[in-house]
Design a binder for this molecule. Structure first.
Ligand code: G1P
Length: 292
């Protein structure tokens, strides 16, 4: 069975919901406790066995490249000062066996277009797509969400999308899938639509920002017309794929924080801070002391 070697991170978005914080800094570099959002996603891909990380970037995204590069001066200073623990933290951002590639998305034409920009780096093999806005936490002590999906992919050899149920009123924010039961936590997808109205939605099962896709999706994206919001949608490419091969929706174990919204970002910050090995205990005490 094909191993998933490449992960694609579309990071060209403007992050307008976080202005002014994102005026000059990429939204993917906003930290949740002490790590930027993009690093959580990269670590999730690495934990799923992926070693080639492809970032689809845009203007103002240089900080992402710097983050995954060697910080020579900083490392030197820390080494001189004998600060080994900090040095280990800095070096752990880019493990030696991890390769990073960067490709520009010259215009914001949609998620499908962003993924297409990485086609030549995916070696015509199955690949993962991770949207860093969705910070995914596996179940306590369990596997990361992408690693769970990789297990499903290795069994079935077909595209796998992470899904979760959302309230009816929220379906218009997501790709929505419907299908027939195909095993534990699995549906074979029969329909997928991008951001339907609640009346038109085929279900309440929403796609979270994790995908494992077969390379046939590229041909579909190339052929399709513009979709919801006038954009080239990944969802439409997957809908096209269904005419040629099966694809599966996997209800993941764990939790998703929508860090593309202020509320989700704050929830992630509070929950990850409570679980943090360094500050968790004192932060919980602090929260208890608040009169809310
Ligand atoms: C994108 C996808 C959508 C998916 C969502 C998950 O939408 O187009 O299908 O459900 O991510 O976060 P966006 O959030 O970029 O509007």
């Amino acid at each position: 069975m094909n191993k998933i070697k490449t992960a694609v991170f579309p990071v060209a978005g403007l992050g307008t919901r976080f202005l002014p914080a994102t005026k000059a800094a990429p939204k993917e570099m906003l930290p949740v406790v002490d790590k930027p959002l993009i690093q959580y996603a990269v670590e999730e891909a690495y934990a799923a066995g992926i070693r080639h990380m492809v970032f689809v970037t845009g203007r103002n995204k240089r900080a992402i490249e710097d983050h995954f590069d060697t910080a020579y001066e900083l490392e030197n200073e820390l080494e001189q000062a004998g600060k080994q623990a900090l040095l280990d933290i800095v070096r752990s951002v880019q493990p030696e066996d991890m390769l990073c590639s960067y490709v520009r998305q010259p215009r914001a034409l949609g998620l499908g277009h962003a993924v297409m920009c990485a086609e030549h780096l995916t070696e015509a093999a199955p690949f993962a797509v991770l949207l860093a806005d969705d910070l995914m936490m596996g179940p306590p002590g369990g596997q990361h969400v992408l690693a769970q999906m990789a297990d499903v992919f290795h069994r079935l050899g077909r595209s796998v999308l992470a899904v979760q149920e959302v309230p009816h009123a929220q379906v218009r924010r997501y790709g929505i899938v419907a299908g027939s039961p195909a095993g534990d936590r699995l549906l074979q997808i029969e329909r997928i639509v991008e951001k339907p109205s609640p009346e038109a939605a085929p279900s309440r099962l929403a796609v979270a920002g994790r995908y494992i896709l077969t390379p046939a999706v590229f041909e579909q994206i190339r052929q399709q017309p513009r979709g919801a919001g006038g954009e080239i949608q990944l969802t439409d490419g997957i809908a096209g794929l269904l005419k040629h091969e099966a694809a599966y929706a996997y209800t993941y174990l764990g939790k998703r924080f929508d860090c593309g919204s202020k509320e989700g970002f704050l929830e992630a910050t509070v929950e990850l801070a409570m679980a943090h090995p360094e500050v968790g205990v004192s932060f919980r005490e602090y929260l208890k002391s608040l009169k809310v």
